[in-house]
Design a protein around this ligand. Structure first.
Ligand code: ATP
Ligand code: MG
Length: 422
C-alpha cells in the first residue's frame, strides 16, 4: 500500500485552495478595516503553556494534545488552539506596555487528537482574534460584530448567534456546587464522559451532546441565576449593544466554554445544517488568563473560527469570477519556444497570468489544454510568427483571431482588450 496522509489530516488540493484564498482575503480585509493587526506565533510551545492556559481538567489538555519530547528532553506540544500562544507573546514582548487596547488576529493550523469525522480533524485551521486590555462591553460587542461581518461577507446567512454569560470565578464556584448537588443523584444515568466530568469539570456537562444527559441538564439550576449584580450588568450591556448593532442572538444558558479562565460573555455562531459539527465560531471573555500566565491583570476577549467547517459551507457556491486575463502561450519549434518564454516573462511583469505550454505537442492539443485550464486567450507562435516576431492572439470564447507584433501586446491598448475578454 502507498503512503497516505496521517489519519485526521488532509491535503488541500489547488481546486479547494481557491476557496481558502477567497476566505482569507475577505477575512483579512474585514479585520484590517476594524484595525486588527496580524500576529504569528510558533506552531509548538512548551507543554506547560497549554496546561496552565487551557486548564488540566479540559478535554483538550487531558486527552487531545500532541505532546512530545525534543532531543534535549523538553516537553513540547503542537498548539491545540491559538489564544495561549498569543497571550504568551503579548506578555513576553510587553505589548501591554504599549498602552491601550491590542487588537490582534491570527490564522494557522491547530492540532488535537480527536476522532476524525466531517468537520473534525486532527490538524485543522483556525482564524482568530484577541482583543487585550479592555473590560468594556463594547469590546464584546465589537468582536461579535466583526465575526458576523466575516461570516456574512462569505454569504453565510443561516447562522445563529448563541450567547451566554458564565459570570466571574466567584459566581461560577457557587454555581458549580449547586450543579454538582443537582446532578449527583442522576450520576448513573449520565453518559460516561459526563460521569467523569462530574468532579473534574461539571460545567462542561451542560454542553454534552448525549440526549438523555441533555434532558437531565434541562432541569438543572441555571448559571444565569447565579450571576453577581456586576456580572449581570455586563451581560445586559453586551445584549443592549448587540441590539443597537441590529445583531440578533439567542440566549443559551447551557453554552459554556471548556476553559477555566473564561469569564462573562461566551458565544458561538452555529450553522444547524452541519449537525454536531455546526459551530463555526466560538469565543468568549477571559479576564484572568493574562495574569494566570504571569502577565499584568488584563481583561481580554476573543474568538476562533474553524476554517474547514466554513469551507464545507462555501464549497457548494460558485466563487466570484476573478476578472483577470489568463493568457496561455502556445508555441512550436525551437525559435518560437524561445520567443514564447521571453514574451511570457514580459507579460508576467506587466501583471498578467501567463501559462506556458511546455509539451511541444501539436497546436490543436495545446489549444485544447488552454481551454481546459480556463484560459481566456491563447498566444500562438509558430515558425512563421517566430520569423516575423509576431503572435496570433486567439480568444477562446469566440474563436476570433488576430496577428500582431509580439511587443505590441505589452501596450496599454492591449491591456484593455485583454480585460474586456476576461
Ligand atoms: P467542538 O465543541 O466542536 O469540539 P470546541 O469547543 O472544541 O468545539 P473551540 O476550541 O472553541 O472548539 O474552537 C473554535 C472552533 O474551531 C470550533 O467552533 C470549530 O469550528 C473549530 N474546531 C475545533 N476543533 C476542531 C477540529 N478538531 N476540527 C475542525 N475544526 C475544529
Ligand atoms: Mg472540541
Amino acid at each position: 500500500m502507498g503512503l497516505q496522509a496521517p489519519r485526521g489530516t488532509r491535503d488541500i488540493l489547488p481546486a479547494e485552495r481557491v476557496y481558502w484564498q477567497y476566505l482569507e482575503g475577505i477575512a483579512r480585509q474585514i479585520l484590517e478595516r476594524a484595525a486588527y493587526r496580524e500576529i504569528c506565533t510558533p506552531i509548538f510551545e512548551q507543554t506547560q503553556l497549554f496546561e496552565r492556559g487551557i486548564g488540566e481538567a479540559t478535554d483538550i489538555v487531558s486527552k487531545e494534545m500532541y505532546t512530545f519530547s525534543d532531543r534535549a528532553q523538553r516537553s513540547l506540544t503542537l498548539r491545540p488552539e491559538g489564544t495561549a500562544g498569543v497571550v504568551r507573546a503579548y506578555i513576553e514582548h510587553g505589548l501591554h506596555s504599549q498602552g491601550g487596547v491590542q487588537r490582534l488576529w491570527y490564522l494557522g493550523p491547530m492540532f488535537r487528537y480527536e476522532r476524525p469525522q466531517a468537520g473534525r480533524y486532527r490538524q485543522f485551521h483556525q482564524l482568530g482574534v484577541e482583543v487585550l486590555g479592555s473590560a468594556d462591553p463594547r469590546a464584546d460587542a465589537e468582536v461579535i460584530a466583526v465575526a458576523l461581518d466575516i461570516l456574512q461577507a462569505l454569504g453565510l446567512n443561516d447562522l445563529t448567534l448563541m450567547l451566554n454569560s458564565v459570570g466571574d470565578r466567584e459566581d461560577r464556584s457557587a454555581y458549580r456546587q449547586a450543579l454538582v448537588d443537582y446532578l449527583t443523584p442522576y450520576k448513573a444515568e449520565l453518559d460516561a464522559d459526563s460521569q467523569e466530568r462530574l468532579q473534574r469539570n461539571p460545567l462542561r456537562i451542560l454542553d454534552s451532546k448525549d440526549p438523555h444527559t441533555q434532558a437531565i441538564v434541562k432541569e438543572a439550576p441555571r448559571l444565569l441565576d447565579y450571576l453577581s449584580p456586576r456580572s449581570r450588568a455586563h451581560f445586559e450591556q453586551v445584549q443592549s449593544l448587540l441590539q443597537d448593532l441590529g445583531i440578533p442572538y439567542q440566549i443559551n444558558p447551557a453554552l459554556v466554554r471548556g476553559l477555566d479562565y473564561y469569564t462573562h460573555t461566551a458565544f458561538e455562531f452555529q450553522d444547524l445544517s452541519l449537525g454536531n459539527e455546526g459551530t463555526v465560531c466560538g469565543g468568549g471573555r477571559y479576564d484572568h488568563l493574562v495574569e494566570e500566565l504571569g502577565g499584568p491583570a488584563t481583561p481580554a476577549i476573543g474568538w476562533a473560527m474553524g476554517l474547514e467547517r466554513l469551507i464545507l459551507l462555501l464549497r457548494d457556491r460558485p466563487l466570484p469570477p476573478r476578472n483577470q486575463p489568463y493568457l496561455y502561450m502556445v508555441t512550436r519549434g525551437e525559435a518560437a519556444e524561445r520567443q514564447g518564454l521571453i514574451l511570457a516573462q514580459q507579460l508576467r511583469h506587466q501583471g498578467y497570468t501567463v501559462d506556458v505550454d511546455l509539451s511541444g505537442s501539436a497546436f490543436g492539443k495545446q489549444v485544447k489544454r488552454a481551454d481546459r485550464v480556463g484560459a481566456t486567450v491563447c498566444l500562438v507562435i509558430g515558425e512563421s510568427e517566430a520569423t516575423d516576431r509576431t503572435v496570433q492572439v486567439k480568444w477562446l470564447a469566440s474563436g476570433e483571431q488576430v496577428l500582431v507584433p509580439q511587443q505590441e501586446l505589452l501596450s496599454e491598448s492591449w491591456r484593455s482588450r485583454f480585460l474586456a475578454a476576461s
